[in-house]
Ligand binder design. Sequence first.
Ligand code: NAG
Ligand code: NAG
Ligand code: NAG
Ligand code: NAG
Ligand code: NAG
Ligand code: NAG
Ligand code: NAG
Ligand code: NAG
Ligand code: NAG
Length: 531
Amino acid sequence: MAPGTARPALPVLLALIGALLPGLGGAQTSAHPPEAIIPRGGSVQVNCSTSCDQPPTLGLETQLSKKEVAHGDHWKIFELSDVQEDSHPICFANCHAQTTAAMTLTVYWFPEQVELLPLPRWQPVGENFTLRCQVAGGAPRTSLTVVLLRGEEELSRKPAFGEPAEITATVLAGRDDHLANFSCRTELDLRPRGLGLFQNSSAPRQLRTFVLPETQPRLATPEIVEVGTQWTVNCSLDGLFPAAEAEVHLTLAEQKLHSTPLYGKDSVLATAIVKANAEEEGTQQLACVVTLGGQDRKRKDNVILYSFPAPNLTLSEPEVSEGTVVTVDCEAQAGVVVSLSGLPSGTPAPRAQFQLNASAADHRRSFSCSAALLVAGHLLHKNQTRELHVLYGPRLDQTDCPGNWTWEEGSQQTLRCQAWGNPVPELKCHRKGDDALLPIGDLRPVKREVAGTYLCQARSPRGVVTREVVVNVTYYQSNMLIIILVAVAGILGTVSTAAYLYNRQRKIQKYKLQKAQEAAAMKLNTPATPP
Ligand SMILES: *[C@@H]1O[C@H](CO)[C@@H](O)[C@H](O)[C@H]1NC(C)=O
Ligand SMILES: *[C@@H]1O[C@H](CO)[C@@H](O)[C@H](O)[C@H]1NC(C)=O
Ligand SMILES: *[C@@H]1O[C@H](CO)[C@@H](O)[C@H](O)[C@H]1NC(C)=O
Ligand SMILES: *[C@@H]1O[C@H](CO)[C@@H](O)[C@H](O)[C@H]1NC(C)=O
Ligand SMILES: *[C@@H]1O[C@H](CO)[C@@H](O)[C@H](O)[C@H]1NC(C)=O
Ligand SMILES: *[C@@H]1O[C@H](CO)[C@@H](O)[C@H](O)[C@H]1NC(C)=O
Ligand SMILES: *[C@@H]1O[C@H](CO)[C@@H](O)[C@H](O)[C@H]1NC(C)=O
Ligand SMILES: *[C@@H]1O[C@H](CO)[C@@H](O)[C@H](O)[C@H]1NC(C)=O
Ligand SMILES: *[C@@H]1O[C@H](CO)[C@@H](O)[C@H](O)[C@H]1NC(C)=O
């Protein structure tokens, strides 16, 4: 037997003997205090005394380092220092026989480590997770309790067992646990021993909880897209918590698309504006991945990127003179069917062509070519139009400028004379003889003076054409006027003759009177002569 293990056996034996033989010699041994609690590494003084009537031999049996600090006849005070663990020192006295008294020395210390083990990075809502708290050290363990906490709320309280002690609690994660702080705390309750309640806490750990439904995200994209055009892709997922923590990644043909997420209360919508270039023509995979809480939800769709340039519609010459043969040609890429306006639809082909002898009626005629392409069951059309310009004229013929007009004077008439041509000719009509201009358009009322023979000339850079236009004006009122004039002349003649005759008669009478007066005067002046 090793001496170290043998040593505690001796005081225990002595104590047993002392207890069995208390009255021997009448002497009693006591230890004071019988019980003590001290911090670990601390010291304590023990008073061993005896009631022996002779000078006794007093001692303290302990493994602890001890020092006698005072003594009397029947007592001794020992100081025990650097006490690391609980022990039971025994005072003994040899007086006739040996008597002993045991004491209980309890060491307390605070846990050296209180740690809440790491929580899951992300915890799905509705699933259990475990809180684990490890406590290293701390004594006395009978007074040590471990408490698990959410914030200030106690979730579980258990005594600390084992070294290190591990305490666990199962918690059902909820939405309100998101960003909650969990921690654990030890309580060393030494209040029954006359000391206090000593608490030590772990560092808090924050939990993040999430909800990510099993459903796939929704991808909104056109099925077919023309390369070089801009289009929009939307990817969305509902029922998320916390929605703002969700990340969305959109890819086209494994190339990342730049997208901007828009967060709703429990949803996310990412929109990407895409412009595919010609190299990506064909069937491409569009993918959307929503990530939350370290988990993914994926959705993949195919997009057909097609290229479909408009057909090339050409006129051999965009501007021709009347009577020129023009070739209208429409050509599209292989696999495309074109149809050309003005040409009966024949066998489907990527090219169509025809010729025409340009006439004035073809001026500003519009030719259109429509190309059709079938992409994944969608019939697509692209059109191209061209306008033909025909140079013709000048033209001035009977239908557009009638050459003989006969109207009644004073009637309401319209004089129509229109010259045609491209470029538009300039039209002028001059009267033969006096060069007066013919008023074209409204003639209200028709006046006699417009009558005459006019020479109309249409002039354009392409030449000059001339046409005679005769305007006749008839007037019936002319005879009546002559009658009136004759009547007026007759009346005037009669009146003036009458006036003359009257005047003459008056003058004759006046003369006769004068003559008579002269004769009378002569009769008075001359002596009466005998007859
Ligand atoms: C030790 O105990 C004895 C007996 O109770 C007592 O008489 C003595 O005064 C004590 N010594 C001290 C220093 O208190
Ligand atoms: C969570 O744990 C409790 C008790 O520990 C158990 O009754 C419950 O069924 C568990 N719930 C889930 C979703 O695992
Ligand atoms: C948890 O702790 C962090 C940092 O100590 C703090 O910002 C946060 O508000 C706490 N959360 C709650 C729910 O108290
Ligand atoms: C434990 O708590 C006590 C007081 O309650 C304090 O004095 C001690 O330093 C703490 N220990 C640790 C490791 O924090
Ligand atoms: C994408 O989302 C935006 C914003 O809600 C909406 O205006 C647009 O119409 C959506 N596009 C498609 C293709 O669904
Ligand atoms: C085109 O039409 C004009 C008038 O109808 C005719 O004189 C000419 O010969 C035609 N040209 C051709 C090439 O057929
Ligand atoms: C149309 O014309 C352009 C330029 O001449 C040419 O690059 C293109 O390939 C043509 N397209 C078709 C469908 O023939
Ligand atoms: C192109 O022409 C076709 C047939 O002429 C017509 O159905 C289609 O609507 C036209 N498309 C456009 C964009 O003008
Ligand atoms: C013009 O018309 C009138 C009657 O409508 C006719 O008498 C005359 O002969 C015509 N003159 C010509 C040049 O056609």
